[in-house]
Design a protein around this ligand. Structure first.
Ligand code: UFG
Length: 326
């Protein structure tokens, strides 16, 4: 049985679903500060907090947990700059608590949701796992600190991990049963789709003077179901090889903010209004990754290659989100 911490959130809920479809038993631990019950129908769930060491010990004693996947993090880059304590507390301290309990209870396989934000401003594109780590926001630093703990723990204890450095997760299941649902929403694609749906007037472009061809930030958008598949491969790798690893998970293609807006216009057929604004704090100009290492060692490959297809799944879900839940 796999414990999915933060399994009611965007990425965790999709990983839970794909694990179940592949025959894995799962148990979700979530405090529902950001998660949604609607994203995990029928799942086994414990409502509780990562800061609660006694609860964690009890879970490891009561359930046959063979591995843990950890998604329970705050991910608002801008907020991490203005409220860093929240990020170090939730993303770093609470993860230490989880790791302590795992080690105490002899649960040795751990998959960590890391981020390309650990690299900071790229010196070389595409980013590979051995690129220098110089995060430029507290969010990235809060995750990098965990990666450093993981490295030390795997050397000292009977404990192995895989750290997955996600690029920009996007999309939804093609049947639109689950998808991206953040409250508040700050991510580019759902906000553009809000404008397409008419629930907001326009999309703001944060910064048009970046050193990129059209002046707006470039990101690597990867479908959430491709991320989910990588988690399964990563857990299989840990079970088979007993060896810790770090992998980038990206699509390998970069799209500027203006290009993403244009693609959303095409997918939705709506004329989306834009407003050019100042840069947002903590944004690197380009984040674009090579996932070659994951392809080679995990035998994983991106299936959702086209941004248009990724956005089409997000659009179908987005309409349902407003019709049924918001
Ligand atoms: N952007 C806009 N207007 C908006 C929202 C975003 O121009 O209204 C821009 C941002 O400035 C950025 C790009 O669109 O340049 C993408 O922004 P997102 O907020 O969608 O995503 P981020 O790249 O900031 O962050 C996301 C996740 C992080 C993760 C990071 C890695 O939230 O957890 O991707 O790139 F670490």
């Amino acid at each position: 049985m796999i414990l999915i911490v933060g399994g009611a959130g965007y990425i965790g809920s999709h990983v839970n679903k794909v694990l179940n479809e592949n025959g894995y038993d799962t148990l979700i631990l979530d405090n529902f500060s950001y998660g949604h019950h609607e994203l995990i129908p029928g799942a086994d769930v414990i409502e509780g907090d990562l800061g609660d060491g006694e609860l964690l010990d009890k879970i490891f004693q009561d359930y046959p947990i063979s591995g843990v996947m950890h998604f329970a993090a705050f991910t608002y880059v801008g907020e991490s700059v203005t409220h860093p304590i929240r990020y170090y507390h939730n993303n770093t301290t609470n993860t230490l608590n989880l790791l302590q309990s795992m080690i105490k209870n002899k649960v040795k396989n751990f998959i960590f949701s890391s981020t390309c934000a650990v690299y900071g401003v790229p010196e070389k594109i595409p980013l590979t796992e051995n690129h220098p780590l110089n995060p430029i926001n507290p969010y990235g630093r809060s995750k990098l600190m965990v990666e450093e703990m993981l490295r030390d723990f795997s050397r000292a204890y009977d404990f192995n991990y895989i750290s997955l450095r996600y690029f920009n997760a996007a999309g939804a299941t093609p049947d639109a049963k689950t998808g991206e649902w953040h409250q508040p929403e700050t991510h580019l694609i759902p906000l553009i789709l809000d404008a397409a749906l008419g629930v907001r007037d326009r999309i703001s472009i944060f910064g048009t003077d970046y050193p990129t061809p059209d002046g707006t930030c470039i990101r690597d958008y990867i479908h959430v179901l491709d991320l989910a598949q990588a988690h399964i491969k990563a857990m299989e790798y840990l079970e088979k090889n007993n060896k810790s690893q770090i992998f980038n998970l990206g699509n390998g293609q970069g799209f500027s903010v203006r290009e993403v807006i244009e693609c959303c216009r095409k997918v939705t057929g709506e004329d989306i209004q834009v407003e050019e604004e100042n840069r947002r704090l903590g944004d690197p100009p380009v984040l674009l990754g090579s996932s070659k290492k994951a392809e080679e060692l995990l035998g994983w490959k991106v299936e959702w290659v086209e941004l248009e297809d990724i956005i089409a799944t997000a659009w179908k879900w987005h309409k349902k989100l407003y019709a049924d839940y918001k």
